[in-house]
Design a protein around this ligand. Sequence first.
Ligand SMILES: C=CC1=C(C)c2cc3[nH]c(cc4nc(cc5[nH]c(cc1n2)c(C)c5CCC(=O)O)C(CCC(=O)O)=C4C)c(C)c3C=C
Ligand SMILES: [Fe+2]
Ligand SMILES: [Fe+2]
Length: 349
Amino acid sequence: MTTTAPATAPATAPETAPETAPETAPDTAVLVVNLGTPEAPTPAAVRRYLGEFLSDPFVVQIPKLFWWPLLYGVILPLRSPRVAKKYAGIWMEGGSPLAVHTRRLAAALQPRLPEVAVLHAMRYGEPAQTARLRELEAAGVRRVLVLPLYPQYSSTTTGTVAALARCTRGSLDLRVIEDYATDPGWVEAVAGSIRAHWQANGRAERLLFSFHGLPQRLVDAGDPYETQCEASVAALARALSLGPDDYLLAYQSRFGRERWLGPATDDTLRGLAGSGVRTVDVVCPGFAADCLETLEEIAIENAELFHAAGGQALRYIPCLNDAPAHADALAALVRRELAAWDHVDAASS
Ligand SMILES: C=CC1=C(C)c2cc3[nH]c(cc4nc(cc5[nH]c(cc1n2)c(C)c5CCC(=O)O)C(CCC(=O)O)=C4C)c(C)c3C=C
Ligand SMILES: [Fe+2]
Ligand SMILES: [Fe+2]
């Protein structure tokens, strides 16, 4: 692939995919799983969502006895109204951006994979991952390939999707795509979206790759997330022929008081502005779909911060969302995984 549609390309897939398990089910289904997001930009809906998310022991490892009183007594009451306002500022006609883009991406995958059923699910909230597995099982599907929408593996994201799927699989045969941080099709899709942005807007003085952060403690304990983020950036820099001074890697969205992966995106932007850099392009290759962390934190909050620190323009490059190049890359990844699975099944029968 040498050319890709701009990441902002209009959706080619219908808004409403035929997203129930088909009545005459194919043998195999692909379940595309994303994090989850509130049902409405209201404090009550945000509280429900954050409550489920932040009581997952894969995400917060503090013992329940200490964590739950703090979470339910302090964090949720204080955070939910504040975060709900942020969601309200980016809400789309069909719902939260993460929900809309994930749904559209699954719909764009279906015609590319006509031999299987493609459905989407969320790890937290609706449509719930476990309910989707039950639907597929009831429809007579035998094998489910789970595709968590996280290019880089972390126990806090891919790990919790995989663990929940494995203990709720019932009679289903299950495979999970663990990561695709350096998958050539995916790298070329992201690189293509950056090239398209440069073509439309010109090139800023620097390109900043911003990834969601993670507690340093988890990395020290062996989570491969940081290494995979670095590998993604190295592959993208190669694809775009970037020199070492053209780009930076940083981590955003710190949560809580402990040390998180660094350098932090906000500090990096302040540093760039302080050293006289006037324009910066920011891309977030850890996010398959635009969401609060990209549309609000980067494109609004960090753009204001960069400006206040003396920068002229932070130009945000959208996630791949349902761009044809994204759907093509993920469909190819799925096809390879299914071929390997067929091979194993054939050998063992
Ligand atoms: C892309 C990878 C992600 C990793 C790794 C990750 C780890 C992680 N996140 C939190 C806490 C929060 N994350 C929040 C939002 C959020 N996180 C991701 C992705 C990763 N998180 C996405 C895609 C989103 C956006 C969801 C949306 O609806 O748009 C939030 C909620 C927003 C807020 O309150 O600020 C929290 C909280 C932790 C603690 C963590 C690892 C330990
Ligand atoms: Fe997060
Ligand atoms: Fe955030």
